[in-house]
Design a protein around this ligand. Sequence first.
Ligand code: NI
Length: 193
Amino acid sequence: MKIVEYPHPTLRHQSKPLKKIDADLRRTVAEMFHLMYEAEGIGLAANQVDLPYRLFVLNLSEERTQEDEMVFINPVISRGKEPDEKEEGCLSIPGVYASVRRPTSIHVSALDLRGHPIEADCRGLLARAIQHETDHLDGILFIDRLVETTQKEVQDDLDRFKRKFQQDREEKNIPPDDTILRRLEEIESTYCR
Ligand code: NI
């Protein structure tokens, strides 16, 4: 398992809700935390490791302690009205940072890894991280939410990622889009509603 980079097609996949949580899924989640720590990120969505599961992991603590690990399965969020603008980055577009406007507060409903319901009102970094990760599950990246002037500032970087992906596809035999999609659909048929 590894973190895929923009413009990998799985990053544009809209995940369907998970219908079962089993030992394999728990192992996948443990590996996602591992990859996230290795990359020094605070959040990671399943699309980012080329999986169609509607789940993401977060750990906002400096110490990366296990007690601070959060898993959100099938998250549904309702957004507050008060907007806020802060810089964001993404492990799938490493090195690119830009200011993104999002509501300061949200309410999130989800399941944890034991299948227990989560209901939480969140603000600040937690609210922002949950919105960023839930976007991933809908195939949306933070670069889609930039104002036009900021979008222009990151365009060269994004073009560089596109060229690198093309080159990787040729050299490392990354399968064509439809093969990637078929694999996602196969996993979905077992795990998703
Ligand atoms: Ni991200």
